[in-house]
Ligand binder design. Structure first.
Ligand SMILES: Cc1cc2nc3c(=O)[nH]c(=O)nc-3n(C[C@H](O)[C@H](O)[C@H](O)COP(=O)(O)OP(=O)(O)OC[C@H]3O[C@@H](n4cnc5c(N)ncnc54)[C@H](O)[C@@H]3O)c2cc1C
Length: 348
């Protein structure tokens, strides 16, 4: 994508030029023009590598054929790759949980199937989730089930493991990782599932003037509201075409790509984003600005100490009313509903 006849550097008359889209088709390449562009290309095709520090681990590309990124179809198309084999699953998100539960399911019909679970973090509170406090019951259940799997010993869990290298010994794989006690080697295993998240493909928009959050690579305005270093509630204030636009007039990023590397995007957010952006492009600014969004919270709202008691609207719905015995709006609502609380805690 570019502006017709103008690369990224050219400023003069930029906004008057249409976008130029280079489109690959089965009958060759085509150049289309467009008045506006909505980038909804997702992040699924650009998974994060297994290696620590965002770079491939040593041996990761060499043994690529034995690594499944994201969530392989363990019970369907990829069954034969995993049945009766030992798989190392890396990651501490819902993708890892899905893969582990499917491997456990597979072991019921293929008994020699086993899994080892490694996480870089030592704190699994986010993946174990809020259980009954999660406003999305299926998400809460996923966390509770994977917790049972690890605590029952059906899956060997190694936390605080940062993958650095993959080696082959006797036709199987050994995986090295840095831990607080030095290098630990796990294996041998037959396959690896790298459920280590996704990142946006920024090559597509290289010739356009985008404003992105420096580390999340999300649209800039959303960065501070969804930063996983600070938020785990799954909540985000209503937002629309204004937050999703860029210095490049007529260009918008929507969907999971608008969240960049942040892991908490929900379809509900995307529907409202797209409605607002479509209204703005159609010139109906009243509809475009009337954004409404109430998201189901995770029930595990970890707020950094610097946020506690602040007027932040980005997490847990902001602070609770002063007269209420609760740390935030989500906590007050949970208590009103007869629960012990939302699970909020101030991070050390
Ligand atoms: C494992 C996982 C589970 C999730 N589960 C849920 C859930 O249960 N509920 C929920 O609300 N959200 C869930 N999400 C979050 C999110 O809602 C989904 O990822 C959702 O699919 C995002 O929609 P999207 O349209 O932004 O991106 P995608 O669904 O990834 O769609 C992007 C599309 O763009 C296409 N594309 C890419 N590049 C180009 C290009 N250059 N030209 C043309 N087309 C291109 C792709 O082929 C794809 O079809 C989940 C996310 C993940 C990763």
């Amino acid at each position: 994508m570019s502006r017709w006849g103008a690369d990224k550097v050219v400023s003069k008359g930029r906004e008057l030029r249409p976008f130029m889209l280079m489109v690959e088709t089965t009958s060759g390449q085509r150049r289309d023009t467009a008045r506006a562009v909505i980038d909804a290309s997702g992040t699924w095709q650009t998974p994060n590598p297994l290696g620590v520090g965002g770079l491939s681990a040593e041996g990761e590309s060499e043994f690529r054929d034995r690594i499944g990124y994201g969530i392989p179809d363990v019970l369907g198309r990829d069954r034969d790759l995993y049945a009766g084999r030992t798989t190392l699953v890396a990651g501490a998100g819902h993708s890892a949980a899905n893969a582990l539960l499917e491997l456990a399911n597979l072991s019921e019909s293929a008994p020699d199937t086993s899994a080892i679970w490694t996480t870089r973090s030592t704190d699994l509170v986010r993946i174990y989730g809020g259980g009954d406090a999660d406003a999305l019951p299926a998400r809460g259940e996923l966390g509770s089930e994977v917790k049972d799997l690890a605590e029952s010993g059906r899956v060997r869990l190694v936390t605080g493991f940062a993958t650095t290298a993959i080696r082959e010994v006797g036709g199987r794989l050994l995986v090295d990782g840095q831990t607080k006690d030095g290098v630990l080697t796990i294996g041998p295993v037959d396959r690896i599932i790298a459920a280590t998240g996704q990142r946006p493909d920024l090559v597509l928009t290289r010739e356009l003037r985008l404003d992105l959050d420096p580390w999340l690579e999300s649209v800039k305005a959303l960065g501070p509201l969804i930063d996983p270093n600070e938020h785990s509630c799954g909540d985000v204030p209503p937002h629309g075409h204004r937050e999703l636009s860029h210095p490049e007039p007529g260009f918008y990023t929507v969907g999971i790509k608008s969240y960049g590397r942040a892991p908490t995007f929900l379809l509900l957010t995307g529907y409202e984003q797209v409605r607002s952006v479509a209204a703005a492009i159609a010139g109906d600014m009243a509809a475009a600005d009337a954004v409404q969004l109430v998201l189901p919270e995770t029930g595990v709202c970890t707020v950094p100490a610097s946020f506690s008691g602040s007027a932040s609207k980005g997490c847990c719905g902001g602070p609770a009313a002063e007269a209420v015995d609760a740390c935030c709006v989500a906590d007050a609502q949970a208590k009103e509903g007869g629960k012990a609380g939302c699970g909020c805690s101030a991070a050390a």
